[in-house]
Ligand binder design. Structure first.
Ligand SMILES: [Fe+2]
Ligand SMILES: [Fe+2]
Length: 332
């Protein structure tokens, strides 16, 4: 606190008084004490700009990845091998769009001081200023890809997202409660597809192996580089500092290895990395690094399906603008 001297001129003289103003340093100190004690920060609370910006980047990217992430699997809705599978994958696609909407609402509150809304975020996506997750730029060539996305991509997302259930930002942590519950169904849905194929014909087994071979690097990239030296930027230090998450990218990747390597091998599949092994000295999995230059290209919308999916998203956003207009007219 600092005391500021105020002097008011009145008829025949002055009134002199003091008022107390909290300095930025004092506010920051109080803020850090709150998050250290496990207190939740709410949308209307004071927060440092760095915290707000970190949340906006993280949650808008998460939300947009949910929406863009529905598209690779949407490609398999008309081609699902049975009605039962079609209903399953349709429900999953619908859930993912719902996750996206929920998260963009959370971001919209954070954007208030900047006078931006969800429509602006969508334009940022189309302009290439807002990125979406590397895995959703990839091709889905076969039905096994739909299985791998559910089993391993949603499985990877569960690892990072359950860590953030205790995030210091209340609206995000609460949105994640629902999202994580639904992600568990998605992972089981994917596992069910993979189990059916892995126990099927030789062609079906080969289809799963071929899909895993194509997805392995993208799965390693999913967690991001171990340090910012690899790709030039990384937000992991800030998210840990502000107790939005507790673990580093590498720690998440190692948890993924611990959980999924034994499961993949138990199905008789081969992981396309001859160097992969558990190092007993470091208690970590040692693995071949993915091509991080390729990762940088992919997240700049130069992946195999980046342009096609962005075009589809742009087209549906423009084509369906009348729905948004009708809804906002009803609400207001
Ligand atoms: Fe999701
Ligand atoms: Fe999901």
């Amino acid at each position: 606190m600092v005391n500021i001297l105020l002097a008011y001129r009145i008829r025949g003289g002055f009134i002199v008084t003091y008022t107390s103003v909290e300095t930025e340093e004092a506010k920051l100190e109080k803020f850090m004490e709150r998050i250290e004690s496990g207190d939740k920060i709410e949308a209307d609370d004071w927060m440092p700009d760095e915290y707000r910006m970190t949340l906006i980047k993280l949650i808008s990217m998460h939300g947009m990845s949910e929406i863009m992430g529905a598209l690779p699997e949407k490609e398999w809705v008309p081609r699902a091998p049975s009605l039962y599978r079609k209903l399953g994958i349709m429900a999953k696609v619908q859930d993912e769009m719902g996750h996206g909407q929920l998260l963009l609402r959370v971001t919209e509150d954070l954007l208030m001081p900047y006078n931006k809304n969800r429509g602006d975020l969508m334009q940022d996506l189309f302009n290439g200023d807002l990125k979406f997750h590397n895995v959703f730029h990839m091709e889905t060539k076969t039905w096994a890809d739909a299985g791998i996305i559910g089993w391993l991509v949603d499985g990877a997302a569960i690892i990072t997202q359950t860590d953030m259930l205790k995030a210091s930002y209340g609206p995000y942590s609460r949105a994640l409660q629902r999202i994580c519950a639904e992600e568990v169904f998605h992972a089981q849905h994917g596992e069910s597809i993979i189990l059916a194929l892995a126990e099927g014909t030789e062609n079906q087994k080969a289809m799963v192996q071929e899909a895993l071979n194509r997805w392995w690097e993208a799965l390693l990239m999913f967690f991001g580089p171990a340090s910012k030296e690899t790709t030039g930027s990384s937000k992991q230090d800030l998210t840990i500092k502000y107790k939005i998450r507790t673990k580093t990218n590498e720690e998440f990747r190692q948890i993924f290895f611990d959980k999924y390597i034994p499961r993949i091998l138990s199905l008789g599949l081969t992981i396309p990395d001859p160097t992969l092994h558990y190092d007993k000295e470091s208690n970590m999995w040692s693995y071949q690094q993915p091509d991080w230059n390729e990762f940088k290209k992919i997240i700049k919308n130069q992946g195999p399906r980046s342009e096609a999916r962005l075009n589809l998203r742009r087209h549906s956003y423009e084509y369906n603008s009348w729905v948004r207009d009708a809804l906002s007219a009803t609400i207001s």
